[in-house]
Design a protein around this ligand. Sequence first.
Ligand SMILES: Nc1ncnc2c1ncn2[C@@H]1O[C@H](COP(=O)(O)OP(=O)(O)OP(=O)(O)O)[C@@H](O)[C@H]1O
Ligand SMILES: [Mg+2]
Length: 355
Amino acid sequence: MTDHVAIEGVIKRFGPLTVLDGVSLSLPKGEFLTLLGPSGCGKTTLLRIIAGFLQQDRGHVRVGGRVIDPEPPHRRDFGMVFQHYAVFPHMSVFDNVAYGLRARGVESGEIARKVASALARVRLADYAQRFPPQLSGGQKQRVGLARAIVIEPELLLMDEPLSNLDAKLRIEMRQEIRLLQRELGITTIYVTHDQEEALAVSDRIAVLERGHLLQIDVPRRIYEDPAHLFVADFIGGANKLAATAEDGAVRLAAGPVVRARAAVAAGTALTVTLRIEDLRLAPEGPDWLRLSARVVLASYLGARQRLACTLSDGSTIEADLDPAAGLPDPGGAIDLWFSPVKARIFTAADGRRVG
Ligand SMILES: Nc1ncnc2c1ncn2[C@@H]1O[C@H](COP(=O)(O)OP(=O)(O)OP(=O)(O)O)[C@@H](O)[C@H]1O
Ligand SMILES: [Mg+2]
């Protein structure tokens, strides 16, 4: 597979602050890649560099093998959708979508045809003559999307396009965006700090933390096989339990030995993660391990119930359990069981994966 877009060793500083610290990644044509990470990790900065609104201090952006660093944004032919509805309020929906085509000198019959087709794709065919103030938030974002795709961009860049929408509409729109992207086959870089959104829409996810790319992989591996403690912690609910490497074992402070062999020197402080959905009230195999816990709070959440417990070493743990099991009483003692294959092991000092 040849790379359509490549980011090579990009460094960006704002004064003393290094916001991107040597980020490299690449995408094949047609891929939907999501940049995921907490607020301030550098997602928007990277997207703005790709778009050409910001110049990196080091490194290159390549499209189709060609370095595009010197090219201004309007020469890059990328579609962009932003968090804030970047639609012109005084222009009709039609004129908003036609804007990029007119700027490119496309002839008017062709404009009419392309705008109609783009509006149909985002389900706004009947709204061409409306003005943005007469539209809902979701509709405004669809206008933004139509405006981005109508120019048939080489690359589609989206920066938290759904964050101003309510939860239900966000889920609806993310599915629409994904379907549209597949249909058109546009290489897409999508920015979000919403981990569920990233898991749901992406071909691959790139997890950023403070300007460093920690992992880039398909959603399932990001979730099940995190390369770094930060990734395990940021995506999905992960319990973090203190552990120590012993001579030939990894022992939790709360009791059981989770690995017969440690990949680090004896005495190394470790953090073991266990997903909240991987805990049970009874063992499901001969090798399952037991944690003695005391219930602090049991919350009924409809499809599941969430227990917050303390363990013998004073640490806290959360478990999502089948609500059919009945809610245990706060203060009561229970056993929580897990399969050792579900445990992920990291060094406590720098979050490196070691098992
Ligand atoms: N023009 C600028 N001048 C100085 N610092 C900046 C500038 N733009 C961004 N920063 C800083 O760079 C860091 C990364 O910002 P960026 O906007 O890329 O984060 P982000 O990952 O998009 O966060 P969010 O999820 O909140 O949008 C932040 O610490 C931010 O304060
Ligand atoms: Mg941002």
